[in-house]
Write a protein that binds this ligand. Sequence first.
Ligand code: DOR
Ligand code: ZN
Length: 345
Amino acid sequence: MQTLTLRRPDDWHLHLRDGAMLAGVIGDSSRHFARAIIMPNLVPPVVTVANARAYRQRILDVLPAGDRFEPLMTLYLTEGSSPDDIEEGFRSGLVTAVKLYPAGATTNSHGGVRDFDKAMPALERMAKIGMPLCVHGEVTTPEVDIFDREAVFIETVLDPLRQRLPDLKVTMEHVTTSDGVDYIQTSAGNLAGTITTHHLVINRNAILVGGIRPHYYCLPVAKRESHRLALRKAATSGDPRFFLGTDSAPHVDPLKECGCGCAGIYTSINTMSCLAHVFEQEGALDRLEAFASLNGPAWYGLAPNEETITMVRRDRPVAFPEKIETGAGPVTVFDPMFPLHWEVA
Ligand code: DOR
Ligand code: ZN
């Protein structure tokens, strides 16, 4: 029997939601992951340090007994974000990063940034104090094709912003294109990228071929195969600038399976199995630990977890539920469309 032992992984991009949904999904993360960067796109969003403190407590309140899991909080950047509040949150250790959603880019992003000049005081302060900015890297301009939104964002928003604030530490989240990979690989510093589980597994055919499949729809939307291959190469390369951010984003089935379905794929429960499969296919199982457990903490200036997990390769496929039941309703689990043989022991 093949086994693989690695430092306990962390998830550097996670949506936990709130209320009954939070209670229904938290265990799927805390079972395998020690820490996660928690996305702030609630309704209303987590804008202030007081909001983040209260949300963190709501997460800890529903953590399954015995699980050790540290929510690393983020603040939702608005045009009115207070530099002093942000700095206080960072210095107190409560807030790890600030999240930039271009207004209208995705779920609950309407309160995000339209005019970057208005967010400059906050961004300048972050650059000064070394606080990371997590970026949803897509333009929302209606003229730009949805498959080009990331590449256009890099050219027209991200690169100018980084030139204006070279000291700003930027995590380019859920990179989905070879353009994103190239941009990170050729940057001089202060830039890293997270890659999701699902973008390593699916390309856009999964959403559209043979019928429209809402459970493969997320943002940034999956791109063509050449981009998926570039992401796999980057993730399995060992390059410390790439690490895991699942972007696991639960929505109840009725909100996915309808005339205008929400973006988001739920992967917390089977991410480690999917990743082991991908890394095995790429002949890089020895680099899974760097991607899932080492590169992220190094980027955020944290120590890797002391604990380890052991993964086991079963001869027979490992069964995951098709859906999980939450108090908010059923949530469909990501189906990688191949049998999974690895599981966390
Ligand atoms: O697919 C996504 N779902 N992408 C995002 O950027 C947001 C997320 C969500 O909150 O549902
Ligand atoms: Zn996200």
